[in-house]
Design a protein around this ligand. Structure first.
Ligand SMILES: Nc1ncnc2c1ncn2[C@@H]1O[C@H](COP(=O)(O)OP(=O)(O)OP(=O)(O)O)[C@@H](O)[C@H]1O
Ligand SMILES: [Mg+2]
Length: 426
């Protein structure tokens, strides 16, 4: 049986060898339905940038599988993990439990020659939400804030759900333009409120309406004049988790989450593009280069950040990752229950698709549209033939133009999944 490494080209197999820079994610499933049994291990390339889609209906193991991939990055041998860096965008607040070993599945892990293992993750939460996390007994490492000055007017408008050509939008544009002229990027929400009270010639009700939005933004707990150093999120060999789960009660909470993701994605891409250029210049001068790490961003519930039917503040930044990410070296993993709700360009750029069971016709059709050409059977046949076992999935690998059935391996770290009070029961 040939060795299976998803996402690795023949050239890279020669250059790096079959295993280096890959992660063990599961085993090949041979046979159909109840007859299926696991065979050869399946590895996934981590040394090159990829766009990966992780799909499946509710409770089929998508978030779990993303955690498995992230585990492989952080537990890779040092010479590999040093060239990688990973961030999980966690809108449901389920990845903090990676800090604990998966003792519950010790027997299952043993069958896979694996052991329960706690992961050395860095969990970041919005500064203004510390109390919630303390109340819920969720262990976090650090807080973060963003600088309002780094956001574009259109980002604010999208988050506030206002149009730029209505009076509130025109005032918003004026406030931000004047502030940027006067202070550069060095201003906070209080400055924005002050400018909205006084600048331009606007009706009192327009001012009040915009100020109300600014006051609401204060409640989000993500802004400060200074802002955090977002470089911390992309340290070599580290897995950072951004817990964005506590916006539940906020109107438009997905827009706020998207604001955070959009800003972060933009910053990382810009930073990576300039460091790549620096590396190239050094190389031309004959100087030694230190490859900057490949940044992997894992996004759970990705259709909320980069949907098919409207734009969010994260849409354009994430599309840039998808379209030009190869060169600067950024990888994106997009996880969703509903691939048809995911932006069609993002979907079509996936070079690896991992799909657990799907039943909705619209979702299966969305996948058929992107990778039909090298499949021997109809996609539904592959999916129907999957056994009921947890973690069973099909994988479409654009590099080898092959489709595999596989069973994702059990997690070494604990997956709290849908059990929010799980820590208290430990
Ligand atoms: N590879 C696997 N091996 C063993 N158990 C698994 C595996 N994958 C998933 N599970 C089990 O299935 C449960 C559901 O998985 P998960 O939380 O990843 O679902 P999901 O697809 O993300 O669901 P949702 O759509 O609700 O977010 C997990 O809590 C875990 O117990
Ligand atoms: Mg999930």
């Amino acid at each position: 049986m040939p060795k299976i490494t998803l996402g690795r080209s023949e050239g890279d197999k020669k250059k790096f060898g079959p295993r280096k820079g890959t992660g063990f994610i599961g085993k090949h499933l041979v046979g159909e339905k109840g007859e299926a049994h696991v065979a050869n291990p399946i590895y996934m390339d981590m040394a090159r940038p990829h766009v990966i889609g992780v799909f499946g209906k509710r409770g089929t193991g998508k978030s779990y599988s993303m955690g498995t991939m992230a585990e492989e990055i952080i537990t890779a041998p040092e010479d590999v993990s040093n060239n990688l860096s990973a961030i999980i965008i966690d809108p449901m607040g389920i990845y903090w439990s990676m800090k604990f070993p998966n003792e519950n599945d010790a027997i299952l892990l043993d069958k896979w020659d694996l052991k329960p293992e706690a992961m050395d993750i860095k969990l970041y939460i919005p500064e203004g939400q510390e109390e919630n996390f303390i109340k819920e007994d969720i262990p976090y490492d650090k807080t973060f804030t963003l600088r309002p000055g780094e956001l574009e007017t259109s980002d604010w408008a999208m988050s506030f759900d206002i149009l730029l050509n209505e009076p509130r939008g025109i005032l918003l544009e004026k406030v931000l333009r004047d502030l940027k002229n006067d202070k550069g990027e060095d201003f906070g929400l209080d400055d924005m409120i002050k400018y909205a009270e006084t600048h331009g010639d606007f009706k009192e009700e327009t001012r009040k309406a915009l100020i109300n939005r600014f006051m609401a933004a204060k409640e989000w707990g993500i802004f400060s004049k200074e802002g955090s150093n977002l470089d911390e999120f992309t340290r070599r060999g580290e897995l950072t988790i951004l817990d964005l789960s506590q916006f539940g009660a906020i109107r438009g909470s997905w827009s706020v989450r998207s604001l955070v993701v959009g800003l972060l994605a933009n910053k990382i891409l810009r930073e990576r593009m300039s460091s790549k250029r620096l590396e190239e210049m050094r190389e031309m001068e004959g100087m030694q280069t230190s490859e900057s790490p490949i940044v992997w961003m894992f996004i759970d519930e990705a259709h909320q950040f980069i949907p098919n039917d409207h734009k969010t503040p994260a849409s354009d930044p994430l599309l840039s990752w998808v379209k030009i990410g190869r060169e600067p070296g950024v990888s994106l993993v997009l996880c969703t229950q509903q691939p048809y709700k995911l932006n069609a360009d993002a979907l079509s750029q996936c070079d690896i698709v991992l799909s657990h069971k799907l039943t909705a016709k619209s979702d299966i059709d969305a996948l058929k549209n992107i990778m039909q050409n090298y499949m021997r059977y109809d996609l539904s046949t592959y999916i129907d033939n999957l056994p009921d076992a947890k973690g069973a999935a099909i994988c479409l690998d654009d590099n080898s133009e092959r489709v595999y059935s596989l069973r994702m391996r059990p997690r070494m770290s604990w997956h709290a999944g849908g059990t929010p009070t799980a820590l208290k029961n430990k």
